[in-house]
Design a protein around this ligand. Sequence first.
Ligand SMILES: Cc1cc2nc3c(=O)[nH]c(=O)nc-3n(C[C@H](O)[C@H](O)[C@H](O)COP(=O)(O)OP(=O)(O)OC[C@H]3O[C@@H](n4cnc5c(N)ncnc54)[C@H](O)[C@@H]3O)c2cc1C
Length: 312
Amino acid sequence: MDEPILDCLIIGGGPAGLTAAIYLARFHLDILVVDGGKSRASWIPCTRNVSGFPDGINGEELLQRMRDQACKYGAKIETEFVTKLERDKETGHFTATWGSGEASARTVLLATGVTNRRPPMDEELHDDALARGLVRYCPICDGYEVTDKRVGVIGSDSHGVAEAVFIRSFTADVTLIAPDKAMRLGPEDRKKLKDAAIECVDGPTQAVATTGECIVVDTAEGHYTFDTIYPALGSDTHTQLAEMVGADLSGESCVKVDSHQRTNLAGVYAAGDVVIGLDQISHAMGEGGVAATTIRNDLSKERPLLRESPGQ
Ligand SMILES: Cc1cc2nc3c(=O)[nH]c(=O)nc-3n(C[C@H](O)[C@H](O)[C@H](O)COP(=O)(O)OP(=O)(O)OC[C@H]3O[C@@H](n4cnc5c(N)ncnc54)[C@H](O)[C@@H]3O)c2cc1C
């Protein structure tokens, strides 16, 4: 027997995809979340800027709570990585393929997120340092935690300068370190660093060890010890499936959406970090909620969503 067509296939089970799943399941729609299991939120030892958790919450625990909430209302979640997404020109339906499975749906929500580029360092050391707050990726999220500490920012361009200056509002001890070679900055960036009293160090750089509650970084100018390093090396946005079905990307290589999270392609929506915006849990959740409500309302234009009375 043919599998029924889903109302919505959500690709990505981070805060954006799972929030959408909670909304859509509670709209009594037939949905499936397919998630590769690599949410950036799962890296967070303890997030302290998500409303409602005054003592913070571990990222994986937050995700598990969201999965439980979505499943409670009938959402199904599969841990798989979607490798192909196609649109049938006649029906307008979408088919996603992964491993040995596939599913077809009237609409698709892309909530596939981004991946941060890591600094040059041993993987095990990186993961241990991340868990202990010696490596951090998001000063908007956790700059508060480095208040008055020694911070190294690994970056070399205007992005690195902006991150270093941002962190300067949390601590007076900020050093910008070039990742791979000598620091190359224009006069404007140099002035920003000088005005903020941020030291500049040439690369190549490698975080080599942790000692107690510190991290040691090897640079072209010798060893530096910090309480925390922030890599400011950019990120890669997971737009491959969007490109596969022909959804437009913005200039920043993110999926382009309107204010209701619709892409240019009817039936395809996007939310969270994969869309340009504030790469934060609250923002991803907000966009997930907006996307879900838009999907519900767009579906109701194709066929009225009228619930039968319980006896029928
Ligand atoms: C170390 C760190 C600390 C952070 N701390 C905070 C914080 O304190 N507060 C805060 O607000 N934000 C924080 N963030 C940012 C926050 O984690 C992200 O903004 C948030 O997770 C984005 O949610 P998302 O759903 O858009 O993407 P993600 O959470 O990244 O989820 C995307 C999901 O899509 C899946 N996926 C991708 N491609 C496919 C595919 N083809 N098939 C199936 N699945 C796919 C991935 O495996 C992943 O599970 C932090 C990030 C990092 C890295």
